[in-house]
Write a protein that binds this ligand. Sequence first.
Ligand code: F6R
Ligand code: MG
Ligand code: MG
Length: 387
Amino acid sequence: MGEEKPRVTISVIKADIGSLAGHHKVHPDTILAASRVLAEAKKRGVIKSFYVTHIGDDLVLIMTHYKGVDSQEVHEVAWNAFQEATKVSKELGLYAAGQDLLSDAFSGNVRGLGPGVAEMEFVERPSEPVVVFMADKTEPGAFNMPLYRIFADPFNTAGLVIDPRMHDGFIFEVLDVMEGQVVELKTPEESYDLLALIGTPSRYIIKRVYRKNDREIGAVVSSERLSLIAGRYVGKDDPVMIVRGQSGFPAVGEILEAFSFPHLVAGWMRGSHHGPLMPVGLRDSRVTRFDGPPRVAALGFQVKNGELIGPADLFDDVAFDETRRMAQLITDYMRRHGPFMPHRLGPEEMEYTTLPEVLKKLRSRFTSYEMGYKPVVKTGGSSEEVD
Ligand code: F6R
Ligand code: MG
Ligand code: MG
């Protein structure tokens, strides 16, 4: 009998604690402030290793440790790191300092307090490649389409057909963030049911993906929706995601391939517009045009004895130039719609923005208009006649 191997946890926790020149990019001094807190936690043995980075205006903490997911100690470290970074942010007068820290007090877990969290725990394989994705100016459902492609679409992932370790398929855990419910669906046999849900990415979010034959975790997404937590618009939820690669999981190249199509996601300016998700290297990890376009960066690591080795800046490559060019063309095309849908989000999503305030002001100016028939307006399942 061999010794049982310890389970390592990788925690990616992010927050917008204020940024330079509006919502453009993270200031290096806030990265330093957060790094100091994590370095101290490493010294104390709370975490094993860490890497502090950024996507657009979001500060991202990548940590490994042996405390499991939802560890109070690790979450407290992250919370303190964001607090320290916020202090610097306030001193420098950065924009929207402390924006995502919705509470003043830490209560054991950062979930629901504002920061986005993606964590997974596993027994390290002899070689353990992981990819950390970080997106800005969009929402967690933005990863629905690429995750489906990575783990369920053989036109993206050759391994689903060729590799016997993957051939049985995967299990998708899907959250209904409006109802607070969860459901598991298996692919390939329940692919159409899965697509029926995740095609509505504002409501149904892929939270985790497991390999079917041994229930090994393959991917996890941060699923916090700030607007639902805060009940008002406080910035989009700019998600992060961890995906394991190779040796029975999709190859890193198959994982990245899913981002070669800049699909339309919700977010962008004022969290109120659809735009293409553009894959970028860290040097382009900032938002400019119309506070965008929405961007995603991918950092590749090897996890060895609990240490993060890397990163490799995976989208910093000419192979994604054409995707970026297509994203620019789509940006032009979408922008020309100005304030019109489908560039601007539909009314359901706009509920959580500042638009309802504007509409409320106009309400009293409406007068009745005889249409010659009684229109029936459907509201949330029940029908009511309009006088
Ligand atoms: C979107 C985002 C920005 C702001 C926009 C207006 O997530 O953060 O697009 O919504 O720059 O910001 P305020 O209202 O702070 O001037
Ligand atoms: Mg912001
Ligand atoms: Mg952001």
